[in-house]
Design a binder for this molecule. Sequence first.
Ligand SMILES: *[C@@H]1O[C@H](CO)[C@@H](O)[C@H](O)[C@H]1NC(C)=O
Length: 244
Amino acid sequence: MAVYRSFLVLAFAGCVLSEFGAPFEPCDKDDIKCLSAATESFLEKTCHGLPDYDIKAIDPLIIPELKYEVDPDMGLYFEFKNLNVTGLKNQQISDFRMDTDKKSVVLKTKATFNIVGDVKISLTKHNKVFNGVYSAAYTALGNSKYGYSLVQKGDLEYFEVGPETNSCEILGEPDIKLDSNLQNVIDQDADARALKPSFETKKVTLRKNTLCRVVETAYITVIHNIRASAKIYPCRAFFNKMCK
Ligand SMILES: *[C@@H]1O[C@H](CO)[C@@H](O)[C@H](O)[C@H]1NC(C)=O
C-alpha cells in the first residue's frame, strides 16, 4: 500500500485522494450519480494511461487495425488502419446494474466520438480496392456485461473482473466523411456506382454497424482499464457496504 500511495501521490498530485489513494470516492452500488462522478474523476486522471499500472490511454485511443465485412451480399469490406478515436474521456455512465447474487455487472456509457483513420474499401466481388481517409462524428452508447468475483488478499477483498461482452447503440445520425479524392474515385467507378442503389437502401444500418464495431473495439480497452484498476484498489475503494 505504501508503494501505491507514494506513486499515486505523484501521479495525482494536487488532487484529493480518497482512502487507498484511489482517484475516486467509493459509492453505493445503486447511486448512479456517485458512480458517474467517480468514473468522471477516474477518466480525467487516467485518460493518458498509467503504464506502471497497466492502465492504457483511452483518449485518444488508437485502434491499429480493424477489419469489418460491412455487407457480404454486396461484397463490401472495410479495413481501417491507425484509427484515432477521441471522446472516451468524456463518457458518462447512463446505466450501471450490479447483481451481487449473480455477481454480474451491466455497464452502459454514452460518449460522443470523433474518429479518423486510413481506410481500405474493397468491393470483393469485383476485386477492387479504394484507399483513403475515413472520418466520423457520432454519439453512441457502449454496453458491457461481465461477471466478477471477490478474492481476499490480506485483510481486504479485491474484484476480479471476468471476460466481458460488449455491444453498442448509435444515437442519432452519424456524420461520416471520406476524403474528397476517395469520394471522387468511388463516384466515378462503374462497379461502385452499380452498387449504389443497394447501398442507399441499407446505408443507415450499415453505417451504424460499422461505427458500432469501432465502439465495441474501443470498449475492450475501457474494460481492460476497469480490470486493471480492480487489481490496484480493493473493493472498498469502489463500493460502500459490500466488502471486507
Ligand atoms: C488523434 O486525434 C487527436 C484529435 O484530433 C490529436 O490531437 C492526436 O494528435 C491524434 N493522435 C494521433 C496519434 O494521431
